[in-house]
Design a binder for this molecule. Structure first.
Ligand code: NDP
Ligand code: HSE
Length: 434
């Protein structure tokens, strides 16, 4: 049987998963792809490191050209991460006419325009299923399965590390840093885990999904992005009392005024909603489209084998389309049309909000709060007071529909006016999910 020779740039968590998967499912893959998929070369930083897979058949090289100039290599898989060396590798591979598979969402969100253009110019495929939601085939779903639909919105829990942290904190007394360390030990986190907890990784991913779904470039640097580092356990507990759980939710949505909203933020989701049941490193993506209506995909969003599942799916696609690679290379997210992406769409777009105010328990605090909200035309739908001790109280409320802008301004003016206030937080409630 014919064999395809694959070179891996990077043999860490995902790279080892690819080697293990190709070994474990070799026979199924050979019959489905019609060829054998062999990893023959790899570039890593340290050739001496233990690899978490059988690498005895792989020749380790110490420079990229040893792969890019090797005519026996048919396909390149980039799994080193980062936006510099990885860019050079993919650029070099495409120029050499070698199809590329990558899981590198940071690179594609930040510098994808150049690489996708090069892929079109060189008529060489650049595939990236693993870059969003790990093992869930969401890129293929959007590019192929939903191609006949107009997408209204996409909402996703698309960072395994954040979801692992939030769901572990919700069911145990563990500390944030310890749970993050567990996520790192299991290979879910980025090399710099601040990319996960600050929401940047989700922002990379939702930018890519929005580009595909809405046919536009989304300037990643301007995606409205709030992480989970400042989310306090009291807020997840109080949200629970109101019937919600808090998820790091990525959203790409066409607003009523036509603007395209792309955001990542801690968001309250009704406990009975499917997205609320997504726990640990699981990811889920929900799409609302004009013909199918709602659809929901769930699966492991991080980790060695789930991510390898998507990488190898791309390899099989490349093999299946190799007679027609030039056409295949044209399936890309970047279209230059202006789809109305707006940096402040989140703040302007109406939603209910969760608000918590921690204050000294003195007469007038509640009156000032309700007065300020009324002045901003923010209507309260429910409110509970949680005394913390004899002197301090948490006042927690849910609003009816309002805007983030109105809530921020009202709370800002309240904290300037009242020295009794210690903390003020607000989070969006995802009312549009069904
Ligand atoms: P790891 O850190 O586990 O592995 C990175 C690999 O790349 C290592 O083998 C490392 O070598 C090698 N490497 C790093 N920099 C260089 C360099 N400059 N030159 C040569 N080799 C280099 O990362 P992951 O496997 O977790 O992630 C890889 C990519 O996949 C990233 O883009 C990540 O965002 C993405 N991804 C990861 C997922 C996950 O669950 N982990 C899920 C989805 C996507 P050495 O081993 O010698 O240090
Ligand atoms: N660090 C990422 C996450 C890996 O936790 O989701 C998968 O993209």
């Amino acid at each position: 049987m014919e064999a395809i020779n694959i070179a891996l740039f990077g043999l860490g968590t995902v790279g080892a998963g690819v080697v293990n998967l190709l070994q474990e499912n070799a026979n199924e893959l050979a019959s489905r792809a019609g060829v054998r998929l062999n990893v023959t070369k790899a570039l890593v930083r340290s050739a001496k490191k233990a690899r978490g897979c059988d690498s005895s058949h792989i020749a380790f090289v110490d420079n990229a050209d040893a792969i890019l100039n090797d005519e026996t290599i048919d396909v390149v898989v980039e799994l080193i991460g980062g936006t510099t060396d990885a860019f050079d590798i993919i650029e070099g591979a495409l120029k050499a006419g070698k199809p590329v598979v990558t899981a590198n969402k940071a690179l594609l969100a930040e510098r994808g325009t150049e690489l996708f253009a090069l892929s079109c110019e060189t008529k060489t495929p650049l595939l990236f299923e693993a870059a969003v939601a790990g093992g869930i085939p969401i890129i293929k779903t959007l590019q192929e399965g939903l191609v006949a639909n107009r997408i209204e919105w996409i909402a996703g829990v698309i960072n395994g590390t954040c979801n692992y942290i939030l769901s572990t904190l919700a069911r145990t007394d563990a500390e944030f840093d310890d749970v993050l360390a567990q996520a790192q030990a299991q290979g879910f986190a980025e090399a710099d885990p601040r990319a996960d907890i600050d929401g940047i990784d989700s922002a990379h991913k939702i930018s890519l999904l929005a580009a595909i779904a809405f046919g536009t470039q989304v300037d990643f640097a301007h995606v409205d992005c709030e992480g989970i580092a400042n989310l306090s356990r009291v807020d997840t507990d109080y949200a629970g009392d109101f019937g919600f759980c808090v998820k790091s939710l990525a959203l790409a949505r066409r607003c009523d005024n036509g603007e395209l909203l792309v955001s990542v933020s801690p968001t309250l989701i009704n406990k009975s909603h499917l997205l609320a049941s997504v726990s640990d490193e699981m990811n889920a993506v929900m799409c609302q489209t004009n013909m199918l209506g709602p659809s929901f995909s769930m699966g492991r969003g991080a980790g060695s084998l789930p991510t390898a599942s998507s990488v190898v799916a791309d390899l099989v696609d490349i093999v299946r389309h190799r007679e027609n690679a030039q056409r295949f290379a044209l399936i890309h997210p970047v279209v230059t049309a202006d789809a109305g992406f707006s940096e402040d769409a989140l703040a302007k777009n109406a939603s209910p909000y969760y608000v918590r105010l921690r204050a000294q328990d003195k007469p007038g605090v509640m009156a000032s709060l309700t007065q300020v909200l009324a002045g901003a035309k923010i209507s309260i739908s429910s409110m509970v007071q949680y005394p913390l001790d004899t002197q301090t109280v948490d006042i927690v409320l849910l609003t009816h529909m309002t805007t983030g802008q109105a809530v921020s301004q009202a709370l800002g003016s309240l904290s300037t006016k009242m020295s009794e206030i210690d903390e003020l937080v607000h989070y969006r409630v995802a009312d549009f999910l069904y």
